[in-house]
Design a binder for this molecule. Structure first.
Ligand SMILES: [Zn+2]
Length: 637
């Protein structure tokens, strides 16, 4: 497919919608109060979960280093300039450069990531950095005098109101508002809440004079999750006026068909939609209104079921270009924008909370292992914009001071909260949803759960319990969709007779003693994920992992493994062409028939008996090389 740049996408979307769309991100993770909808399972707070040694902890550490390397004055520079305050700092590059209309968005993400990393790793220096930024942003807001706070002037909003060309001012504002909210909820920063309220009150003064038709036009421009952050502000403050303001950002043109179970998503910019659906999910939780739940639930099922690739990612050229279930023609170098994965995980977390449905956790695992892990450069923490799913592309990372794409922002958050959604709980017991080396503290129950595993390198996880006094509770261990070969559970070394079906929970309801150990083994096997509309286009999977075929590094130099500094309003482009992928032939046109494990090398596979054979590895083990995911499989003989 012809590569789609943001510029050409914007031109195309502007022609159809009369507006320029854009991108987005996730936000605050835990507001226990004021939910009126029934919640079946709550995620443990990040501060109670710690990662242990393994690929996830490594990625979190790399991210923390990248975060620490950035200069606070540079992150503040355009905020100060906009507020008329002196600044001699070196401006950031990429989408943060002084001429870029999204400038300031990354500072919002940065605040969120400081808060998340403090909660999940106990990092005090990044908390201090976040506190410093909040204090300095507070000075900028004070200098501006009316609650407004941004790295660009209010005239951008005049253009939005007037319907003249501007990128996405509310999108950017949303990032800053969530950053402040996260600094408040995770780090207890009171000033962050005050600054956020000032911004919300400014937003109210912008929105109030607009009639519904005028507001509907404003909502055609990408606005991130303005509804979501304002519903959350209501949750935190109890002030109903924020709930009313949030509702003005509920996008009825998009919501109405979803509420009625109609997929009218074709032609829409993907990451413009997911955050507003998260807002609908939050509205349901806070109000109990079933229509909002229907919107989020139908959207989630439609997107995960019919619009996601085998990796759990979605979007091509940032859009949904086809009817549901039509994906074979949607492979390019610009598939699966990483912000979309980040936001789908966030939405999934809400859905799981309502249902405790193991299928939602199945999706979470798929998207996390194939769409987040592996999108980060292991040396400098740079993240991808897209995960290309057409053959012959490679991981195109940005440069630490010259990218600041939307996905750089959602990336520092994704890798700042890897402990999230591993464990959930209800009043009685625990759900262990992901096999990730980690531990969780549940002070209310007086129990700590430690998960030791090298999964996915091995298929065994050991769960140990620590408690001062015996604790009666159900321990629910997720058995994933891919565990079709069954599994075994040993309790304190003794093998139990029963197991559970794929996509369900194995429940151990008993009184736990300190030191009790549960050892779970779930063998992985090869399976095939074919395109829903072309069964001859197949991807290989092993357990939860999509296998990426290594296609060599011909024509790739050090320079073109990295994206060029991004011109204003453009997305990164590949400097050299994709290479062709081999086709495979097997007896029954089943990719599994030509793939074998490589002895002595865990998670490494190789095709056999083909004109051109290929080595396959999980996404997170592949770097600086061309790859293929979907293969054309013909009939041998
Ligand atoms: Zn993005």
């Amino acid at each position: 497919m012809k590569p789609t740049t943001r510029r050409s996408f914007i031109a195309r979307a502007a022609a159809t919608l009369g507006t320029a769309p854009l991108l987005s991100r996730i936000n605050a993770l835990a507001f226990p109060a004021r939910d009126t909808a029934p919640i079946k399972a709550r995620p443990f707070e990040l501060k109670h979960v710690r990662l242990r040694r393994g690929p996830f902890l490594n990625a979190a550490e790399v991210n923390r280093r990248y975060m620490a390397s950035l200069n606070a004055d540079s992150l503040l520079h355009m905020f100060r300039v906009t507020a008329g305050l002196p600044s001699s700092a070196k401006p950031l590059g990429g989408w943060e450069q002084p001429e870029n209309e999204l400038r300031g968005h990354f500072t919002g993400h940065y605040l969120s990531a400081c808060a998340l990393i403090n909660a999940s790793m106990g990092d005090e220096s990044l908390k201090a950095r976040g506190d410093q930024l909040v204090a300095e942003l507070g000075k900028c807001q004070k200098a501006l005098g009316n609650g407004y706070l941004s790295a660009f002037p209010e005239t951008f909003f005049d253009r939005l109101r007037a319907g003249t060309n501007v990128w996405a001012p509310f999108y950017t504002l949303h990032k800053i508002m969530v950053g402040l909210l996260d600094m408040h909820t995770y780090c207890g920063n009171q000033q962050a809440l005050d600054v956020l309220k000032g911004m919300a009150n400014w937003t109210r003064r912008f929105v109030d004079p607009l009639g519904d038709a005028h507001m509907a036009r404003v909502l055609e421009r990408e606005y991130g999750g303005m509804n979501d952050v304002l519903y959350n502000l209501y949750a935190v403050t109890g002030d109903r006026s924020y709930r009313q303001l949030a509702a003005r950002f509920d996008h009825e043109r998009v919501f109405a068909p979803l509420a009625e179970g109609r997929d009218e998503l074709k032609g829409l910019h993907v990451n413009t939609q997911i955050p507003k659906i998260i807002g609908a999910a939050r509205r349901y939780e806070l109000t109990g209104e079933s229509r909002s739940r229907d919107i989020a639930d139908y959207f989630w099922r439609e997107v995960t079921g019919k619009r996601c690739y085998c990796t759990g990612g979605t979007s091509n050229g940032e859009a949904w270009n086809s009817a549901p279930g039509k994906l074979a023609g949607e492979l390019s170098g610009y598939t699966q924008e990483c912000c979309c994965t980040y936001n789908m995980l966030k939405l999934t977390r809400h859905l799981f909370g309502w249902t405790a449905d193991p299928h939602a956790a199945d999706y979470y695992e798929r998207a996390l292992f194939n769409g987040i892990l592996g999108t980060q450069h292991p040396e400098d923490g740079m993240t991808l914009y897209y995960v290309s799913l057409a053959s012959g592309y490679w991981k195109l990372f940005g440069l630490p001071l010259e990218a600041f794409w939307c996905c750089t922002g959602s990336g520092v958050e994704s890798f700042g909260k890897l402990g999230d959604s591993i464990y959930f709980h209800d009043d009685e017991g625990v759900y262990v949803n992901l096999q990730i080396a980690s531990e969780v503290d549940w002070p209310e129950k007086g129990v700590k759960i430690i998960q030791d595993t090298t999964f996915p390198e091995s298929d065994t996880t050991t769960i140990s319990l620590r408690c001062k006094t015996p604790v009666r509770m159900p321990l629910r261990i997720r058995v994933p969709y891919w565990a079709t070969r069954g599994g075994t559970v040993k309790l304190n070394g003794r093998e139990l007779e029963s197991f559970a079906e794929p996509s369900s929970y194995f429940v151990l309801n008993r009184t736990w003693q300190d030191g009790d150990k549960v050892e779970v083994t779930m063998p992985m096997s090869l399976h095939v994920n074919a395109m829903p509309d072309d069964s001859t286009l197949q991807a290989a999977m092993y357990g939860p992992l999509v296998l990426f075929g290594k296609l060599g590094s011909e024509g790739l130099t050090k320079e073109n493994l990295r994206a060029e500094p991004t011109p204003i309003r453009e997305v990164p482009r590949y400097r050299v062409k994709a290479s062709a992928a081999p086709e495979f032939k097997t007896r029954s046109q089943d990719l599994r028939e030509c793939i074998e494990p490589v002895p002595g090398r865990p998670l490494e596979f190789r095709t056999v008996g083909q004109a051109q054979n290929v080595t396959l590895v999980p996404f997170y083990k592949l770097l600086d090389e061309r790859y293929g995911v979907y293969w054309k499989v013909g009939k041998a003989g």
